[in-house]
Design a protein. Structure first.
Length: 318
């Protein structure tokens, strides 16, 4: 049995009344972990820890809490497959926010188990990353908007959303056969922008050309060091486009590798690219611990038009 928590669900500690104005976080973990330290750092009330073997029953009878922090590292897949969908249901219903911490080997199982639920996924995070994620999960919506520039992680999330919106807009214009510069959305000097001519009929696309572009992008790291040219959105678009041409499937973990960034960063990009309608998630019909990612028809058409436009002006893919 899990040892009694310092705080129970009604907000009272063994030492007397607890402050009820603090947000509560349910911690699912085998023992006191870095998650408990992160909750304390956020000045939240700790509910738990609840052992994974008891989490299924606890979630079915859990009272109100602001967030759930699930420390899943080392937990068997069979347990995750039972518990994580319950967490996803609570999040989808708007009953709580959730954060799941896990190891790289668990990426596919975790991603498949939560489906499209808006859960923050942290792969082998530091305590600082836990605190930043919890801060965003616990802050009221208005406060999140006010404080969005308050931490480096918040700034990165804001820029991530802005970048994905820009990519989605560009692909939308390409699917309509428009040059992305033909209708500027902000005041700019028209003399400093490039305008391609009308798109010609799309030529045959060789998967070899796309794979060569991906390899060329990775070569840059050998000469300038890793991290300088991080562009996970485009790297993943290229990888899924190549997979579509090859007619092969790409797991979530494989797409994280293709992103060439930290797994947590890659998973956030995947979630937001999916929300933007650029990626689609398809469950593996033979293995419920895995899901496959693919380009949406909208993104696929945009990529094909991009390749046609690049060839039309004599440019290489990439």
């Amino acid at each position: 049995m899990t040892e009694p928590s310092a705080f129970d669900d009604v907000g009272r500690s063994a030492h007397g009344p607890a402050s009820l104005d603090r947000p509560s976080v349910l911690l699912i973990a085998e023992e006191r972990s870095a998650g408990a330290d992160a909750i304390q750092a956020c000045h939240a009330r700790l509910l738990g820890p609840v052992a994974w073997t008891e989490a299924e029953m606890r979630l079915q009878h859990q009272g109100l809490c602001r967030a759930i922090l699930a420390e899943a590292s080392g937990v068997p897949d069979a347990v995750l497959e039972r518990v994580l969908p319950l967490i996803a249901d609570l999040v989808d219903a708007g009953d709580a926010s959730a954060i799941i911490v896990f190891d790289p080997a668990q990426i596919d199982c975790v991603a498949a188990s939560i489906g499209s639920a808006p859960i923050d996924l942290l792969c082998s995070p530091t305590t600082t990353e836990r605190v930043a994620s919890l801060y965003l999960a616990l802050a009221p919506t208005a406060q999140r908007l006010h404080d969005i520039g308050g931490t480096p992680d918040s700034v990165r999330l804001m820029r991530l959303n802005e970048e994905i919106a820009r990519i989605a807009e560009t692909l939308t214009r390409l699917t309509r056969g428009e040059d992305e510069m033909s209708r500027p959305t902000s005041v700019s000097d028209p003399g400093l922008t490039y305008r391609a001519g009308p798109l010609l009929e799309r030529p045959d696309i060789r998967v070899r050309d796309v794979r060569n572009a991906i390899r060329a992008r990775r070569l840059r790291d050998q000469f300038f060091g890793p991290g300088l040219f991080e562009d996970p959105a485009w790297d993943m678009l290229l990888d899924l486009f190549a997979a579509e041409l090859e007619r092969v499937q790409v797991s979530v973990s494989s797409l994280c590798i293709a992103a060439a960034v930290a797994p947590t960063t890659a998973l956030r990009w995947i979630a937001r690219m999916t929300d933007a309608g650029l990626f689609e998630r398809h469950p593996d019909p033979f293995d419920r611990r895995r899901a496959f990612m693919a380009l949406s028809s909208h993104a696929s058409l945009g990529m094909r038009n991009y390749v046609a436009a690049a060839r039309h002006v004599g440019a290489t893919i990439g």
